[in-house]
Write a protein of this length. Structure first.
Length: 108
């Protein structure tokens, strides 16, 4: 898998080849999301585990450290615009990712 990431403030994106070492994937619910996502991680978080929301253009929109040992975490999506995003889980040398859709909450 090849993902183009653009760090905030960077003048140009950096290519980053991501290799998912384990066949397990992130489980996201609800998907589509309105205000939050519950993420079930494929393996326990270590000291350096992080979840990143990445736009389709490769911009890292948010980054959240995951507490060591956890297998589940929540991500706030309320401030995102409608669209498709990638959630990337980095845990040491291991990387997993999943796409999710952000939609506006239905209002009557």
């Amino acid at each position: 898998m090849l993902i183009i990431l653009k760090q905030p403030g960077a003048s140009r994106p950096a290519s980053l080849a991501l290799k998912e070492k384990r066949a397990k994937k992130l489980l996201l619910a609800p998907n589509p999301a309105t205000d939050h996502l519950v993420v079930t991680l494929p393996y326990p978080a270590t000291d350096h585990a992080v979840l990143q929301v990445v736009s389709v253009s490769g911009n890292i929109l948010s980054s959240k450290r995951v507490q060591k040992g956890l297998l589940q975490s929540a991500i706030e999506t309320g401030s995102l615009q409608e669209g498709v995003y990638l959630l990337v889980y980095r845990n040491g040398a291991d990387i997993a990712s999943a796409k999710f859709v952000k939609q506006l909450a239905y209002r009557r």
